[in-house]
Design a protein around this ligand. Structure first.
Ligand SMILES: [Zn+2]
Length: 484
């Protein structure tokens, strides 16, 4: 009936009816199919046709509720009259609202019952609730009795989010926060275990801002959530001026903006926290009109959070070691060190930033050479031997130059996806990492290993990394012995 009212051709309607009424099922029991049996209830959720039919049926409800506006006895809910809003629905969740007077409730329910009779869809009264405010107890009880409603209590959950008539409390938000924390914890323990011992310390051991830089600038392109959130709020601000057909935008316009200009409107004090945050986002663009400024991040009528995000994070020159940091072969913890060390001169941080006096001479070769990055990689006798031996081991004969020269050469050498380049990328990042760890162990824990031990350690790590890199197996097969 709904389909006929929409004006679909009779033939089409017949087809649909045939599809709906001749559904039959067969079950797999003990490995064999049972005899087919007819479905008495027609279509089920999950049938390819059901979403289309559902949308059509809901459109019918939509239109019949809209008819209410022509009835002089119907009154909108006070906060919804400007939008002429009677119902909100998402999938099979439906919220209907009107003013709490008997006539309006009856008209609304009549419209819904009419919908039920033509569509065959019934509201499940056990799952439906009635919310009312600002009326006498007698009136409330009378309505409940006449309509066979059950009284619900605010806050209730809609689409997993608590709906409340006043500001949400921390307790109400906690389930959401806990869910997000659980996801982050799962992610970080999987991917960010640092030096294999993440139990003792959960603190990031790296300069986090550097990690968030794009890879070309030597970072790891990890999203900076604070900035991303900022960009997402900008999208809402942009929507306020561009998405006039969206319900929440219409609502904010009719209650707060009215006919004024969004750009120079004072943030309304009586608005809820969320709305104020969106308005406050205009402060991030002090010298320009925020709306015109944000327009540059929209493409084809859609706002790109990503583009806004990139405009917020600092743009830095490309760095020479970017290829090495991105090398497919490298382990995350090896990359992390390389991504952080090159920007903050960690050697100086040790001594000055925390006011600790440490000896300036190299602990690896036990000479009086000053421990600079150039000395450590690979001017130092100790580390030069490690690097030279490993290069020789993979069949590369070259004179070892300064740190800058080595990085320059490596950048080109690892810049492809062949196994040889990946393995070289692994060895290079692992060498830098292992030497750095050794330097710290000697300096702060008075533990020392020989450079031969370091080489063997790196080779073991390479082979264990190679276990799940099938492409590496041929090359690793020929590298199955220690060079020293
Ligand atoms: Zn040295």
């Amino acid at each position: 009936m709904v389909l006929i009212e929409f004006g679909l051709p009779n033939r089409m309607v017949e087809w649909v009816i045939t599809c709906v009424t001749t559904v039959s099922y067969s079950l797999v029991i003990n490995g064999g199919l049972t005899e087919r049996f007819q479905a008495k209830k027609g279509l089920r959720q999950g049938d390819p046709m059901s979403p289309y039919l559902f949308v059509l049926v809901m459109e019918y409800l939509n239109r019949s509720l809209k008819q209410l506006r022509y009835d002089p006895n119907f009154n909108y809910h006070p906060k919804c009259s400007r939008q002429e809003l009677v119902h909100i629905c998402f999938a099979d969740d439906l919220i209907m609202c009107c003013r709490a007077d008997k006539g309006s409730i009856q008209l609304m329910m009549k419209a819904f019952e009419h919908f039920s009779s033509v569509s065959g869809l019934q509201a499940n009264l056990d799952k439906s609730s009635f919310y009312v405010a600002g009326v006498t107890d007698e009136f409330r009880d009378q309505i409940l009795q006449e309509m066979r409603f059950t009284l619900g209590e605010i806050p209730f959950k809609y689409l997993g989010v608590p709906l409340s008539s006043r500001k949400l409390t921390i307790q109400q938000c906690m389930p959401l926060v806990e869910k997000i924390i659980a996801r982050i914890r799962c992610w970080s323990s999987k991917l960010l275990s640092y030096s294999g011992s993440n139990e003792s310390s959960r603190k990031a051991l790296v300069a986090w801002d550097n990690m968030c830089l794009p890879k070309a600038a030597g970072g790891l392109n990890i999203i900076n959530f604070e900035q991303w959130n900022k960009a997402a709020i900008c999208k809402l601000l942009w929507s306020l001026s561009h998405k006039k057909d969206t319900l929440w935008v219409q609502w904010i316009h009719s209650f707060y903006i009215k006919t004024r200009n969004l750009a120079d409107l004072v943030t309304p004090k009586q608005a809820c926290w969320l709305v104020r945050k969106i308005f406050d986002a205009r402060k991030w663009f002090p010298n320009t009109d925020p709306i015109t400024h944000l327009a540059q991040f929209s493409v084809g009528g859609r706002f790109s959070i990503k583009q806004a995000y990139f405009s917020f994070i600092p743009q830095l020159p490309r760095v020479p070691w970017r290829n090495l940091v991105q090398s497919k072969g490298a382990l995350p913890r090896h990359r992390l060190l390389l991504a952080s060390d090159c920007k903050i001169d960690w050697l100086r941080i040790d001594g000055c930033k925390w006011g600790v006096q440490v000896s300036q001479s190299c602990v690896l070769c036990n000479t009086l050479e000053v421990e600079t990055m150039e000395h450590l990689f690979f001017g130092c006798r100790y580390s030069r031997f490690v690097w030279h031996t490993l290069l020789h081991w993979v069949g590369l004969q070259r004179r070892i130059g300064t740190w800058a020269e080595e990085i320059g050469w490596l950048s080109k050498a690892v810049n492809n996806n062949r196994p040889r380049a990946n393995i070289l990328g692994f060895i290079a990042t692992a060498t830098v990492y292992t030497i750095w760890v050794e330097r710290n162990a000697r300096r702060f824990q008075a533990k020392a290993r020989s450079n031969v031990q370091l080489i063997r350690d790196i080779i073991l790590q390479l082979h264990s990394r190679g276990q799940n890199q099938s492409k590496w197996s041929r090359m690793l097969h020929s590298l199955n012995s220690y060079p020293v």
